[in-house]
Ligand binder design. Structure first.
Ligand code: HAM
Length: 443
């Protein structure tokens, strides 16, 4: 009995008709990354599970609910809390792997500032819905090093992320920005929140009570309406920031003002991953429903040392900041805003064959054309009627059609038809490759 399979839920096949849009996103980003001085890095699709636990935080949803583990193999690092965990997990994001690579290859020894970018699939065991997949793709950038501890770089990251979106033609996006402050400020923020919520927390559901105990910041993006109402009442307005933390944030904001990038300060924005300090930001687009974050990022100065890097003998503090855009969501946002029509790949020339016996000669001609740099196709229908072959040429948007039948063969000629003007003329077989090459260059 034959069995027909479908792709797993929460994944998507990217079909040939969708590829031009994917290429547009990737190529646009690559051009801009180059302009801003970023170099590409490609890390494995899976890593030691503890890399993610250490960097994103045990209490982050991405880690405690959504890591997709691989059971075979033995992890390199030890199991820190004695719990059973798969040795390796599919990467849920790119930052942890980039920092791991930065430390592993000691990039800071050579470079004052390492600017790295990546484009690729990420995996999270989420409940799939529109804009939320189990395999999705990110375009991300990370700037790490002694030269990365500067508020202008926070601004540059946001400018770069929004520049990519603008060049893609996206109009309706908004940037939300906040500061967690230094790691001491962040600890003070957590204490302040716990103190303010101490008497109210018992009225909330079990999950919120656990979050209160384990990581109070998670309550700030809780989905529970009672919890949301309670958080709103707190009127959080950056009280936790020290003067240094506040000054840093002011410098980021003025640099954004100078660059002309509009933003809104969102005091409740903390982000769901543990590694952030100072600046955090999120970019949203209307028309996407509940999954409206098309990109996000922030500063994570402490992570390099936390993952074993940062040679203390090197002078200066290590800084790090990055962002990631969700490619599927950016595409949904673009589609919700404009009718996208990207040209499919057009064939330069389609050679139709008048007689099955002539197919080897047509094959020879197609090869000559390709060697000369022309995109050439032929029909593999074993002498199908010319009408069908012309239809095939049209489906492939062929710019020219060469007709090769017994009559043409006997005269060492071919018919050459320009599909845009529908004009046809005879050309000698010997000169047709040069002629088509010339015409294609002109086009
Ligand atoms: P994140 O907010 O977890 O941050 O993800 C960044 C973006 O990836 C989101 O804004 C969203 O567009 C997209 N995304 C996340 N999960 C899904 C999903 N299940 N389906 C579809 N799209 C999704 C990070 O990943 C950080 N590593 C960003 C960063 C880089 N911070 C510093 N450097």
């Amino acid at each position: 009995m034959s069995v027909k399979f479908s792709n797993p839920r929460g994944t998507a096949d990217i079909l040939p008709s969708e590829i031009p849009l994917w290429n547009l996103l990737e190529n646009t980003s690559r051009v801009l990354f180059q302009r801003y001085g970023y170099q590409e890095i490609r890390t494995p699709l899976f890593e030691d599970t503890f890399l993610f636990k250490r960097s994103l935080g045990e209490t982050a949803e991405v880690v405690n609910k959504q890591l997709l583990g691989l059971v075979s193999g033995r992890a390199e690092a030890g199991n820190e809390n004695g719990k059973e965990a798969p040795a390796f997990s599919l990467r849920p994001e790119g930052t942890a792997s980039v920092v791991r690579a930065y430390n592993q290859y000691d990039m800071g020894r050579e470079e004052f500032l390492s600017k790295l970018f990546y484009i690729g699939p990420m995996f999270r065991g989420e409940r799939p819905q529109k804009g939320r997949l189990r395999q999705f793709h990110q375009i991300g950038a990370e700037a790490i090093g002694r030269g990365a501890d500067h508020p202008l770089l926070d601004a540059e990251m946001i400018v770069l992320a929004t520049h990519i979106l603008k060049v893609l033609g996206l109009k309706d996006f908004k940037v939300y920005i906040n500061s967690l402050g230094t790691s001491q400020d962040k600890a003070r923020f957590a204490l302040w929140l716990r103190e303010k919520l101490k008497d109210k927390i018992l009225s909330l559901n079990e999950e919120c009570r656990v979050q209160y105990e384990r990581n109070v910041f998670r309550l700030l993006d809780s989905k529970d309406p009672d919890c949301q109402a309670m958080i709103r009442e707190l009127n959080i307005a950056g009280e936790h920031l020290s003067s240094g933390g506040a000054q840093y944030f002011r410098e980021v904001c003025s640099a954004l003002d100078a660059a002309g990038v509009p933003y809104e300060i969102a005091p409740r924005l903390v982000r769901g991953l543990d590694y952030y300090t100072h600046t955090v930001f999120e970019i949203t687009s209307s028309g996407l429903g509940s999954q409206d974050a098309i990109g996000a990022g922030g500063r994570y100065n402490g992570l390099i040392e936390q993952l074993g890097g940062g040679d203390r003998r090197q002078s200066g503090l290590l800084g790090a900041i990055g962002f990631a855009l969700g490619m599927e969501r950016v595409m949904l946002a673009l589609a919700s805003q404009t009718q996208l029509s990207l040209p499919a790949v057009a064939t330069d020339v389609f050679v139709v064959c008048g007689q099955e016996e002539l197919e080897p000669q047509v094959f020879g001609l197609v090869n000559e054309l390709r060697m000369a740099g022309v995109g050439a196709q032929m029909d593999f229908g074993r002498g199908r009627p010319l009408k069908k072959q012309f239809e095939q040429a049209d489906r492939q948007s062929a710019k020219f059609v060469i007709i090769y039948g017994t009559d043409e063969a006997s005269r060492s000629m071919v018919g050459l038809k320009d599909m845009s003007t529908r004009e046809q003329r005879s050309v000698s077989r010997d000169s047709v490759v040069d002629e088509v090459q010339r015409l294609c260059l002109k086009n």
